[in-house]
Write a protein that binds this ligand. Structure first.
Ligand SMILES: Nc1ncnc2c1ncn2[C@@H]1O[C@H](COP(=O)(O)OP(=O)(O)OP(=O)(O)O)[C@@H](O)[C@H]1O
Length: 352
């Protein structure tokens, strides 16, 4: 796959430094994920041309848009880039149609042609009936679709989506996510999606790029990342308990000194991971089983889908998912001490 976007973004903002290489192919959707303050918005603004890079370069479709060492900088409104911001930023005084026609008009398209193009795009996102409405007369999901139509109206070589579903309620989000998936499938250019939501990333993106503190910590397809997370943030993202340890054969010694029995034999520095559903809770130490067991204090209990997620502090800090039925049996409460157990066969270990 040839790269449509070929960039190395170096941006210094006070003490924070973003330094990432980002390449996206034709028709490819990449999700940029990371904790608060990791630099996602900074990367997006640099690509949009709202913030120049301090070093590196942005090359899009073979055209250099930003390269400080050569004195090249193409401003935002002359870049073939469409942006959907988190809060949509539609012009409140313009109709849905004129909001969508705005981009083509700025790119020099005549009024009639721009409005025809806008109507075709509103048709495509299923909003032609609402074409004359002002943004305040649209629902959140409809405004999101107008924002997408507006971003697509300039035939972007690069489409940037900043938390495009964040403002929607759960139900609308589900429908809009599926619809967005369909539109992104038809988008011939490169797409970068910035999100906090792992589900958005898994549904919408071909590849995930995870950044922490301005650096890429892991990238790849969802299956690879889910199977082998390499940081705490990534582990929480994919819903796993993750530990650094030193392995010797079937035993891994965690940094706190606790020994875990592993299913596979390894040597040296490793990651050990297991799912919260693999952690069983018992009122007393379970007897005569080949399990890893340790006493733990309950520090929190939250709803998690149909189950309860129990946070445990102890020799191994972990999250455990248990059914409401099991929780009622155990009469679980924060502060209570229970025994946690994980079978060796439920653990996954891989070299660090
Ligand atoms: N104008 C600024 N001047 C100095 N530092 C800034 C400025 N804007 C942002 N930063 C810093 O840059 C870092 C990255 O911020 P950025 O908004 O890119 O992160 P983010 O990953 O988008 O976070 P969030 O998920 O919270 O939106 C943060 O540490 C932030 O404090």
């Amino acid at each position: 796959m040839s790269a449509v976007l070929d960039s190395h973004l170096v941006v210094q903002r006070g003490a924070f430094r973003l330094d990432i290489a980002l390449t996206i192919g034709a028709g490819e959707v990449v999700a940029l994920l990371g904790p608060n303050g990791a630099g996602k918005t900074t990367a997006l603004r640099a690509l949009a041309g709202l913030l120049p890079v301090d070093a590196g370069q942005v090359v899009l479709g073979g055209q250099t848009l930003d390269e400080p060492s050569r004195g090249v900088f193409v401003p935002a409104d002359r870049r073939p880039v469409g942006v959907v911001f988190q809060d949509y930023l539609l012009f409140p005084h313009l109709s849905a149609l004129d909001n969508v026609a705005f981009g083509p008009r700025r790119h020099g398209v005549g009024k009639t042609a721009a409005r025809l193009r806008a109507a075709a795009l509103l048709e495509r996102v299923g909003l032609i009936e609402q074409a004359r409405r002002k943004p305040r007369q649209l629902s959140g999901g409809q405004a999101q679709r107008v924002a997408l139509a507006r971003a697509l109206a300039v035939d972007p070589v690069l489409l940037l989506l900043d938390e495009p579903l964040a403002a929607l309620d759960a139900r609308t989000r589900l429908e809009t996510r599926a619809e967005l998936h369909r539109h992104l499938g038809e988008q011939p250019g490169a797409t970068l999606l910035v999100t906090h939501d792992p589900l958005d990333a898994l549904v919408l993106a071909d590849r995930l790029v995870i950044i922490e503190d301005g650096r890429i910590v892991q990238e790849g397809d969802a299956a690879t990342i889910t199977a082998q997370p390499r940081t705490d943030y990534v582990a929480r993202l994919v819903g796993l308990n993750l530990y650094r340890a030193r392995a010797h054969g079937h035993t891994a010694v965690l940094s706190g000194g606790f020994s875990l029995a592993l299913a596979e034999a390894l040597e040296g520095d490793v990651f050990v991971a297991f799912a919260p559903t693999a952690v069983a809770l018992h009122p007393r130490q379970p007897e005569g089983s080949p399990r890893n067991t340790w006493p733990a204090t309950i520090t929190g209990i939250q709803r998690h889908g149909d189950n309860l997620r129990v946070q445990l502090a102890g020799a191994v800090d972990a999250a455990a998912d248990i059914t409401p039925n099991a929780a009622a049996h155990l009469n679980l409460m924060p502060g209570q001490v229970v025994w946690a157990a994980v079978k060796a066969t439920e653990t996954r270990a891989y070299p660090a």
